[in-house]
Design a protein around this ligand. Sequence first.
Ligand SMILES: C[S@@+](CC[C@H](N)C(=O)[O-])C[C@H]1O[C@@H](n2cnc3c(N)ncnc32)[C@H](O)[C@@H]1O
Length: 208
Amino acid sequence: MAVDISPVTLEPIPLTQDRQYDFAAIFGNDHPIELELGIGKGRFLIQQAEARPNVNFVGVEWASRYYRMVAERAAKRGLANFRILRDDAAHVVKHTLSEACIDALHIYFPDPWPKAKQVKRRLIQPPFARVAARALKDGAPLLLATDHEDYAIQMEAVFRADPDFEQVSRAIGDDAPEGVTNWEVKFRQQGRTMHKFKFVRIARATVR
Ligand SMILES: C[S@@+](CC[C@H](N)C(=O)[O-])C[C@H]1O[C@@H](n2cnc3c(N)ncnc32)[C@H](O)[C@@H]1O
């Protein structure tokens, strides 16, 4: 039987419209908002939504196959604190989030675009750090993971260089705490090296 995914899906905002998501209206409460970009099969975000009902979770996924799969799983579980959006992660952060609306940002195993001519397609670049800083609340954590060494170097350098972020931790290989995303489970089984970073959004200056 077809599952009604409408309770857990978010409508993309068209590029031509200057609108932003109103999460309090979407969820009907003012609980914290955690955002994951590129959720894949959604293991991490669904687990979090089940474990922490007083936090709202929003996942962005470009691939329609994963989007549909995760939406059906979340809808079957009746998760009221979960929404999934089929859209481009960079577009969502840049154009559809209001200032200081996100309480935590999760980016796990973003596509590494390993070939030299593809590197410009990577999500984490200096302009992305700027728009992420705008969307995050003061003190909000940003959590990153990758198995790709070159991208690890890039992501750490990008957020270290951004004046609105402060690094909290870096953990590589055996030091990296175990996570639960689908890709992490697969990559660990393959013996790949994990690189994990945590930053926080520095508090905005107060105007006197
Ligand atoms: C390597 S997978 C990691 C999935 C998940 N984070 C995990 O760790 O299991 C990367 C995911 O990002 C999605 N993705 C790639 N580019 C994207 C984009 N521009 N916007 C949204 N999602 C994207 C892919 O479809 C894929 O599901």
